[in-house]
Structures are given as C-alpha cells and as structure tokens.
Design a protein around this ligand. Structure first.
Ligand SMILES: [Zn+2]
Length: 425
C-alpha cells in the first residue's frame, strides 16, 4: 500500500509552509545559478525521453516478490549506466543502486523510486494512450518515480553538475503491500551502505512533502480446530466461531480506543477458510491491518488485537462440548514503523523552499512510503511527487497526465542539489 500519488493515507498537517530564511535564500540562489537554469531547460527539452522511459519501465511487469522476473530492474540498471552513474550494482535483496561520486565524499544522499507494483503476475501492463493521458497499471505508482530518478541523473551528467556528497540513484524492491518495505529494510540494514539522508519519489504532483511515516502492523491470524461433521460432531470447538468472537471483541475495544487521541485505524481486510456448509471447519484465517501516526498507539492497538484473539479462542473453547480445543497462529506479515522527520530538518526545509521557489504550495504530510524506514532510524527522509497528475491508483484503470510534469523533476533537482551540496563554479 504505497502512498499512491502521495494521497491515500496522507493527513495534511498544515497548509502552505514557509521555509526558514536561511534555506529559502539557499534555494533562491541555486535557482538563479547559471548551470541550474541550463539544467532546468535540459529537463524541459528531455521531457519526451522522460515519458518514454516511464512508459518503457511501466510496460515490464514487477509484481511483489517477483520484481526481477521480467527484467525491469535490468532496464533500470542499463539506463543508470547510460545516464552516467560511476558504478551500478544490485544488492542482496535486489535493489538496483547507481553511485554518482561527490567531490568530497563525506556524506551520502540516497534517492529512490520503487520498482515493484501492486499488480499480480499476468496483469496486462501495456500503456494505452487516450489523447495526452497514459493508461496502465503502475504508470504513476511508481513509473513516475523511477523516471524522475533517471532524468535527474541524466541532467547532472549532461550539465556536468558536481556535488560535494555522493548520491545513490536507486530502484528499490518491495515497497507495496506485503513487500513490507523489504527493499528499504535491506538498504538501511546492517549490511547496507552508509546513508545520511533519503529522498523517495513516489507518484505524482508537486505540493506534498511527506515527512511523516504512517506506521502499520499487519497480521495473518489462523484459527485451527479438530473439524468434523456439523451434525454428527456438533459441539466441537469451531475455529470460525472463535474468529467471529475475536473480531467482535477486537472491534468493541478498538473502537473505544480509537475514538480519542491521534488517528489510529484498524481493519479486518481479508478472511477465508472452512470446508463445507455442513462441516465444522478445521481452519479459518483473517488478515488484519492496523495503523497509527504515533508508535505508542500502534503498540496499544496491536495489544488490543492480541488480547481479543486470546479471549475469542478462550470463549469458544469454554463452550465446546467435545474434542480438542481451538488453537491459533498469529503471524506478523507487515511491520512499517512510524515517526517524523522534524519540520526544522534541513532536508524538509529545502523541500519547502524549493516548492516556494517554484511557485508551488508546500504541504507537509504523513504517508506510508519507503521513507518510513529511514525516518524510524532517525535519518532525515522525505517522499516527494514526480510531477504531473494521476488517478485510479492501485487499480487497472490507473492513469497519468503529463501536465507540466517537468516542474516536478525541476523541483526535485533543486532539493537534491541543495542536500548533496552542489559545487558552484
Ligand atoms: Zn508507490
């Protein structure tokens, strides 16, 4: 569940933000720099190539956990090489990483778009054109992010722009759904490269700057029992009844808890199981999603679920009349940490200042994106849009319209140059 077009789970924290004068001055100076204005023009002139890459990448399937199967990372790596990365490699989880060395190499800025989409293997990802609108699953999420990362690299190379710090240009794995940010967990894991700041491009638009990570815990809960004939073995402990009880207790207590305090959500999203209408089931399961802005509240709603499961099972076992008790397996299938990159952080300030310099609004927000991981580790991180407009996220009707899309890439270039320390001549 990525923050498609950086919308779904966003909670706008405020309207247009103003950057501190120090950062506004820094960005205003950059935008007037001769090399930067040539780079801005280059991005405009390169716009059709940017769209061509977006289409080419989108037309290669990359389902969760099968991102490499159809070759999309390979094409991304090839373009990183072509566009001037000093070296390109694939890490142990499959993230594609291109390094552009800085002149001082004291710090590292990581800059990423995610390769995976929510769409299962076999989805038709051919891009259809209707007027100026492009239709295809994944065309914006995250086709727009990937092409933004590539065009920024191309722009630096073509305009011979140098930065003090290293920049890693990344196409990462596992942002969506049960991929559970596994690409980022590896990148920021103990074997990952040293990273001092992180920018993710996810979806479209310009105004939003995601500096908050919406945390979530997800579980697959399987209730098991002896199973049997619904008449002949009536009185057996029934896993479905236990699950129903658990859900009822959970909803009652979770409702009470979530009525007050910062936003916290809970959702039984999927359930399945059973043998036949005339059988006591031997197994049923449900998948539960819980999210919260505040890590503490996420732990509390999680605890409420665990207690409800225990109570539901206990109540069913108490009223069984024969046979073995119901048992339950609780498997965590998603753990996305929450947290915030503080508004005062230079990276966030540079985002706000760049939007202002581009004449766009600067709206801070919270979402569930790749930035969640570095944010939870205290590494400055934000998620931005790659410009243009889009809709129909996570559906087969996803579309993208290149309405001044280049402005999203120009804005992103400004933030990257400010954060990586552009070497001005
Ligand atoms: Zn996404």
């Amino acid at each position: 569940m990525a923050a498609l077009f950086i919308t779904a789970t966003l909670k706008a924290q405020s309207d247009t933000e103003q950057a501190a004068p120090k950062y506004q001055k820094e960005i205003d100076k950059l935008i007037k720099n001769d090399q930067v204005s040539k780079a801005f023009q280059f991005i405009k002139d390169f716009d059709q190539e940017t769209i061509n890459n977006q289409i080419k990448l989108t037309e290669i399937e990359a389902p969760p956990f099968k991102e490499h199967k159809f070759g999309k990372p390979k094409l991304f790596a090839q373009l990183l090489n072509e566009y001037g990365a000093d070296s390109v490699w694939v890490d142990e989880i499959g993230n594609v990483i291109g390094l552009k060395k800085g002149t001082e190499r004291q710090k590292v800025l990581a800059f990423a778009g995610h390769i995976d989409t929510v769409f299962p293997e076999g989805t038709d990802v051919t891009v259809k054109h209707s007027g100026d609108t492009l239709y295809a699953p994944g065309i914006a999420d995250d086709g727009r992010g990937l092409t933004t990362v590539l065009t920024v690299l191309k722009t630096l190379s073509e305009n011979k722009i140098e930065t003090a710090n290293d920049i890693l240009f990344i196409g990462n794995m596992g942002e969506e759904g049960l991929g559970d940010l596994r690409g980022m967990k590896a990148l920021f894991g103990e074997d990952g490269p040293k990273i001092d700041a992180f920018i993710s491009i996810d979806g479209t638009g310009v105004n939003r700057i995601v500096n908050g990570g919406l945390g979530s815990h997800r579980y697959k809960v399987t209730f098991n029992g002896p199973g049997g004939h619904s008449w002949g073995s009536f009185g057996l402990a029934n896993p479905a009844h236990a699950m129903g009880e658990a859900i009822s207790i959970f909803v009652k207590n979770a409702d009470e808890f979530t009525k007050e305090g910062s936003k916290t959500s809970y959702n039984v999203g999927r359930m399945n199981g059973g043998t036949s209408v005339n059988s006591v089931p031997f197994s049923v399961w449900m998948e539960v999603d819980m999210r919260a802005l505040d890590p503490e509240r996420l732990n509390t709603i999680d605890h409420i679920l665990q207690e409800a499961i225990k109570e539901g099972v206990a109540q069913q076992n108490e009223i069984r009349r024969l046979g073995d008790p119901v048992t339950v397996d609780v498997e965590m299938i998603g753990d996305r940490p929450s947290g915030h990159t503080a508004k005062e952080t230079p990276l966030v300030q540079r985002g706000i200042a760049a939007n202002t310099a581009m004449g766009a609004k600067a709206v801070l927000g919270t979402g569930s994106t790749d930035a969640n991981i570095p944010i939870s580790l205290g590494i400055p991180a934000i998620t931005l849009g790659g410009g243009g407009v889009a809709g129909g996220g996570h559906s087969l009707h996803e579309w993208f319209l290149n309405k001044e899309g280049y402005k999203g890439i120009q804005r992103t270039l400004l933030v990257v140059l400010a954060e990586a320390g552009m070497k001005t001549k």
